[in-house]
Design a protein around this ligand. Structure first.
Ligand code: GLN
Length: 570
């Protein structure tokens, strides 16, 4: 913006109290908003609720775009420890975000983008940037209207760029948290500005059922909703999480205390699998109520085939399966399953697809390291091994031992990102005879740096958002195993998140000793997939195939692994 324009803008903001930046060309009411908030406690499954609702609305022919609003000050999830926060999910455009976005992508079978994930860090950096540019000249920058204005701007921009019929906003945390209070305020303002029938609030709450009483109690839920109402937000829909189906009596009580008609108080009780939730909501006609509230019910056009395919998948997940396979996952965050959420999901997708009960055996590699080889007895019971992504030295020697075991004993192996690099190190040491070969990430002084930092990464000194990130094309070698697995394709597309790579100096050495690099970066000397010929299944990818696995289309590398595991078991 030119200086004069800025001054004009600044003088405008001084004239009145309103600061509602509306993007050029924005049409009120074109996109509707569904706001999902949580009360009583965290961990209610807002993400699952919101993604299931998005799925159901899409099944009714509406285009939906979900967004997650995080309360933390980090710009993204890239630098968060998976042990504390769960896995870092990577979108195709390279955004490193909360694992909830993985839930959305899988549930909706749709790629999301950068705009679908916002943190306080992003909101405040934008505001500081504007302040320095002079965009608020003359004004003190305040939570209201400036911070809330920035949040509304983001939502409207998402509405415009996505062309969605409905934007579903999931507010992280619980009502009453300081971290999300300005989001809640912004959403209250948004509903006022967008007008009646354009915004719908869905509140998740929890109905307690203490064992010593043996009955459901609604007081905590009532108080939680009241807190929301104190913030000026009246919910249109209440979804009650509970252990058992919420009784009519409790629904009525909640209705009386909140002025939400009882037909809009829904039970979202525990079910065997999260995949059943969309069906449960559909049977209660939750999405139809939302459409009525938003004046979209005349558009309802149920995709029966879509629902059928989903229900069929759900049945396959739940039923007793024909085959069995035990897959070992060797990592260092095995204490917290959320650290490997997408891998667990990818295996679940394969289980349904291949009619196989997959049992995951967690192998804590830091233990193997300390206990030495005897701990390898843990590996005896597995039919396949995965070494997942990871950073840093701790646990790597244990992982190398695991891969050695799999390679030497014909156990199907799939290496994911770090698992690709570990396979290279193991092969270099034990097949190519390069003693003490390593990655420079683990040992800068190694005599054989078979894995080294990418040239483009050498001069980067900031850790956040700086890896080789996001979806990229990969050239797949014709007639290789990967080519066959991906349905005879010579170009595949997968998501990356790494700083290190196979050192190009050693490519020849590896190939001479039997490694086939069956996937390469187009036009670059970066190795992306390796496989071994004389092994039932030994594959590793520099990318993360787990991020693109979807319930109805499991990722081919996982399918290959599980197929090989079933064969071995037989
Ligand atoms: N630490 C390795 C790298 O940076 C592997 C990263 C990963 O597994 N995501 O290349």
């Amino acid at each position: 913006m030119k200086k004069r324009e800025l001054e004009q803008l600044a003088s405008k903001t001084e004239e009145h109290e309103f600061y509602t930046p509306i993007p050029d060309g924005y049409k009120k009411g074109k996109t509707k908003f569904v706001i999902v908030t949580g009360t009583v406690m965290s961990g209610l499954g807002k993400g699952i609720f919101s993604s299931s609702l998005s799925k159901l609305l899409e099944n009714q022919g509406l285009k939906c775009m979900p967004i997650k609003m995080e309360g933390y000050l980090n710009i993204d999830s890239g630098t968060l420890n998976p042990y504390r926060h769960g896995e870092v999910f990577v979108l195709d455009d390279g955004t490193e975000c909360d694992m909830d976005l993985g839930t959305y992508e899988r549930m909706m079978d749709k790629n999301l983008n950068r705009q679908c994930f916002v943190t306080n860090g992003q909101i405040f950096s934008k505001i500081f940037e504007r302040e320095r540019k002079g965009e608020y000249l003359g004004r003190d920058v305040q939570f209201i209207p400036h911070v809330t204005g920035e949040i509304k701007r983001h939502l409207r921009e998402l509405a415009m760029s996505s062309g969605a019929d409905v934007v579903l906003v999931e507010v992280g945390g619980t009502i009453g948290d300081i971290e999300n209070s300005h989001y809640v305020e912004a959403l209250r303002e948004l509903s006022y500005e967008e007008g009646r029938g354009n915004v719908c609030f869905a509140a998740l709450t929890y109905v307690l059922e203490p064992g010593f009483l043996g009955e459901q109690k609604s007081k905590a839920a009532q108080l939680g909703i009241r807190l929301l109402m104190e913030k000026g937000i009246h919910p249109d829909i209440i979804a009650c999480r509970a252990e058992n189906p919420v009784t009519e009596k409790v629904k009525e009580k909640i209705s009386i205390y909140t002025n939400v008609p009882v037909e809009r108080v829904f039970s979202m009780h525990d079910v065997e699998s999260i995949y059943l939730i969309p069906k449960m909501m559909r049977e209660e006609k939750l999405e139809i109520e939302v459409m009525k509230l938003l004046g979209l019910d005349s558009k309802a056009k149920e995709d029966k085939a879509g629902n059928y395919a989903w229900d069929d998948f759900t049945q396959k997940v739940l039923k007793k399966k024909k085959n069995k396979a035990t897959v070992g996952i060797a990592g260092k965050y095995t204490g917290l399953r959320d650290s490997y959420a997408s891998i667990i999901k990818a295996l679940e997708h394969c289980g349904a697809y291949l009619d196989t009960d997959i049992d995951i055996k967690w192998i804590e590699t830091t233990k193997i390291e300390n206990g030495g080889k005897p701990a390898l007895s843990e590996l005896k019971s597995i039919d396949a091994l995965i070494v997942p992504g990871g950073f840093g030295k701790r646990g790597t020697e244990g992982k190398i031992e695991c891969v050695r075991y799999a390679r030497e004993n014909g156990i199907p192996y799939l290496g994911l990102c770090l698992g690709f690099q570990i396979a290279l190190i193991e092969f270099a040491r034990n097949v190519c005879g390069l003693k003490n070969a390593n990655s420079t990430e683990m040992n800068k002084e190694t005599p054989y740096p078979v894995v080294d930092i990418l040239p483009g990464q050498k001069n980067i000194d900031q850790l956040g958002g700086s890896m080789r990130l996001g979806g990229r094309d990969i050239d797949a070698k014709k007639d290789s195993q990967v080519y066959k697995l991906y349905g005879s394709k010579t170009t595949i597309h997968e998501r990356f998140r790494h700083r290190y790579e196979c050192n190009p100096k050693y490519i020849k050495k590896f190939e001479e000793n039997g490694i086939i690099f069956s996937g390469r970066a187009p036009g670059e000397n970066i190795m992306q997939i390796l496989e071994l010929k004389d092994h039932p299944f030994f594959m590793a990818s520099q990318f993360h195939p787990e991020f693109t696995s979807r319930p109805l289309s499991p990722n081919p590398l996982f399918v290959g692994l599980v197929e090989a595991a079933i064969k071995l078991r037989k």
